[in-house]
Design a protein around this ligand. Structure first.
Ligand code: HEC
Ligand code: HEC
Ligand code: HEC
Ligand code: HEC
Ligand code: HEC
Length: 366
């Protein structure tokens, strides 16, 4: 009996510990994030980030869901690993983060989306001008190039934002039941908000638990894409379709992307949701990231999406069908970078200075 029990403990212990190690949903005391009445000893508890001096100022206005601060209040700070994990993903710093040439080097402190720091410091073209972080873009106003005017400033979430349910206008309500139900170990199938890639409703993917903090070919987000056959095709599960929700003409639509037949003629706009593997053996794309057209190493500098929907990381390219899909994030980051047009690298200064990230794919054009 004793031996059996001993064996049983040994077998079940890892099963019990597994969820504790791998859970990605919010943890800790409720009071770290919520306040029941926004009042303690008669004083306010809720805080809001002051963009002028970077301090967290008391706010007498209670937040929805009894939160003690808003999206920006929680998601501003300096990223570092705790037990090899990022506990809270910080997307805004009030002093310069380290980005280097491509945001992927071993000293960098930004995550997959980059950082709103540069746009917050007045460099208009380096990020999305999100409300609460900076004022509306002086050149674009609230008009996303390639799309329709939002009529009001861009927000993190909701109708005028990227995250959450875009049919709900309040940011917190649009994000309801996501944070407490997150699971980064499984493929996000887009069926609910909590099961959507980075709470981008309907988008699919697999999330790196370090949010691409100092990423590597075997440690990065797995982006979902499709190899389209028509320029009018718009699958709301792909990461590029998310960008297309506001920048529609740059992703889909008749006469918007291809001249002649999609994929066999020339292009009108740079292709996205299009697989490089179609011509991997006969073109410059065979040498993607220095490879030879089979099992090339995945590039975190110019990443590609994949049609694979498994929780296995895609560390090589040209390994399975449709695993070399060009996407908006092959060249851009979503939040901000130090470079114009929110590009992953300094396209404008090359050649001379800057960085030619285009050459990761266009290998004969360096
Ligand atoms: C690290 C921060 C954090 C901690 C700790 C936290 N919450 Fe939350 N909670 C949130 C955020 C952010 C939201 C709002 C967005 C959402 O619903 O995902 C939320 C929403 C909620 C909601 C409404 C949405 C839902 O999922 O039902 C309830 C209820 C809730 N929290 C209860 C709790 C309780 C009880 C605790 C303690 C056991 C707790 N929270 C601890 C961050 C936190
Ligand atoms: C909810 C709408 C919305 C979505 C979704 C969206 N954007 Fe934008 N984007 C805007 C607006 C509005 C502007 C113009 C104002 C600004 O720069 O913030 C803009 C501007 C830009 C710019 C130009 C920046 C500049 O200042 O010149 C780039 C590049 C860009 N977006 C890329 C993307 C990419 C890539 C995605 C997908 C990851 C995306 N956008 C998703 C609304 C959106
Ligand atoms: C009270 C603090 C708090 C607030 C308020 C808050 N977050 Fe979070 N958020 C967290 C923490 C902690 C995590 C990491 C744990 C997790 O994944 O839920 C997180 C994770 C996320 C993620 C990554 C999810 C994933 O799938 O990996 C996104 C996206 C996000 N938050 C967006 C938002 C937006 C948008 C808002 C405002 C509507 C918001 N958060 C408000 C604390 C907060
Ligand atoms: C092959 C790289 C690449 C891909 C893929 C790409 N872009 Fe761009 N994008 C650029 C470059 C480079 C610029 C800077 C302007 C230029 O050189 O045309 C730019 C500029 C922009 C701008 C700013 C336009 C303006 O008027 O200031 C927006 C918005 C934008 N891209 C959105 C997108 C969206 C949305 C997608 C996906 C559907 C996408 N991009 C895919 C490279 C790319
Ligand atoms: C992730 C890979 C990738 C990256 C990064 C990339 N491209 Fe492309 N590009 C492609 C693919 C694939 C095509 C379509 C090739 C085809 O139709 O066979 C293409 C097409 C083009 C075309 C149109 C060619 C035609 O025949 O119509 C131009 C021009 C171009 N890219 C320029 C750029 C520039 C400039 C950059 C950097 C800002 C860049 N690309 C970055 C993969 C990429």
């Amino acid at each position: 009996m004793k031996t059996t029990k001993g064996v049983k403990v040994l077998v079940t212990l890892p099963l019990l510990l597994f969820p504790l190690v791998c859970d990605a949903k919010v943890t800790g005391q409720c009071g770290n994030c919520h306040t029941m009445h926004n009042s303690q000893g008669g004083a306010a508890v809720a805080r809001v980030l002051d963009m002028v001096d970077g301090s967290m100022d008391l706010s007498s206005t209670p937040n929805e869901a009894l939160l003690n601060t808003d999206c920006i209040g929680c998601h501003q700070g300096s990223n570092s690993l705790v037990n090899d994990r990022i506990v809270t993903p910080y997307v805004l710093r009030t002093s310069p983060p380290t980005y280097d040439s491509t945001g992927t080097e071993g000293t960098t402190t930004t995550l997959a989306g980059g950082n709103f720091y540069w746009v917050s410091s007045g460099q208009e073209a380096t990020g999305h001008n999100v409300k609460g972080i900076t004022s509306p873009d002086v050149r674009h106003g609230n008009l996303p190039p390639g799309g329709a005017d939002l009529t009001t400033q861009l927000t993190c979430a909701g109708t005028y934002g990227c995250h959450g349910d875009r049919t709900v206008s309040s940011q917190i309500q649009a994000m309801r039941r996501s944070h407490h139900a997150n699971d980064m170990d499984s493929w996000k199938d887009g069926s609910t908000l909590a099961k959507s890639y980075r709470f981008l409703y309907s988008v699919q993917g697999l999330e790196d638990k370090k949010y691409e903090f100092q990423p590597a070919s075997n440690q990065h987000n797995k982006y979902y894409g499709i190899d389209r056959t028509l320029e009018t095709q718009n699958d709301v599960s792909t990461i590029s379709s998310l960008c297309g929700k506001c920048h529609g003409d740059f992703h889909q639509g008749s006469g918007k992307i291809a001249a002649g037949t999609f994929g066999s003629g020339v292009w009108l706009r740079h292709p996205t949701d299009f697989d490089m593997g179609r011509a991997a053996t006969t073109t410059e794309y065979a040498a993607y990231n220095g490879g030879s057209g089979a099992n090339n190493v995945y590039s975190v500098i110019s990443p590609v999406a994949t049609a694979s929907k498994t929780a296995a990381i895609n560390s090589t390219v040209y390994t399975t069908a449709d695993d070399a899909i060009v996407m908006c994030l092959s060249c851009h980051r979503a939040h901000g970078t130090p470079y114009p047009a929110i590009l992953r690298w300094d396209y404008k200064s090359w050649p001379g200075a800057g960085y030619n990230g285009c050459a990761v794919c266009h290998t004969t054009k360096d």
